[in-house]
Write a protein that binds this ligand. Sequence first.
Ligand SMILES: [Zn+2]
Ligand SMILES: [Zn+2]
Length: 255
Amino acid sequence: MFDTHAHVHGESFDADREDMLARAAQAGVTRIQTVGTDLADSARALDVAAQYGLDAAIGIHPHEAKDAPDDLAAAFDALRAAARIAPRAIGETGLDYYYDHSPRDAQKRVLTAHLRYARETGLPLIFHQRDAFEDFTKVLRSEFARPMRGVVHCFTGDAAAARLLVDEFGLLLGIGGVVTFKSADGLREAVRAVGLDHIVLETDCPYLAPVPFRGRRNEPAFVAATAARVAEVLETSLDEVIARSTATAVTLFSE
Ligand SMILES: [Zn+2]
Ligand SMILES: [Zn+2]
């Protein structure tokens, strides 16, 4: 299994990072991508990833967009020049109108800058979208076109939104612990609508632990519970879900 979206470089894992990674390996997690949320956090993601043999993504979360540098490309170039490993993706970036921690104009400006940087570098994108679907697709329509690639992480929308992202933009959907929640019938319908070819697995740990770990700190080992629920939803085997979601994620983040 490939946990495509984790925050294992964060301080909530400082006390037990090696044990947590051992538990992940024990659970069948073969690859973990740790995702930055601002410049300093992205530098730490690269550093911890280099130390532990993980993948890292660099980006500025929409919550932090108000503090983003004017020249994002120059800042990312400097980050990459100083790092021991290369990032595998640009993100997380996007729009979050649920919390509105940054002004919406700033969120859109910073998302656009990420899209342009990804286009220049050829790196895939990791998107975060919450309660901003219309503006999100509007920005994508002006700045995102194949052969650009990416994933909408922690996808929680309905079948129509899922189909639009897959059909119009060729995006993948990152499916996490929410798919195990009792209330998530709409998301399970979305998973069935797009099918296994367009899905990758994630934890978004330390947040959003799947059932039966809900309420606890999430960690990569728990992605197995999400994989099992996806197998039930799609009426296929756990092995099939693991093999195909992993292959899809490896293709997205390795080319
Ligand atoms: Zn996110
Ligand atoms: Zn995240």
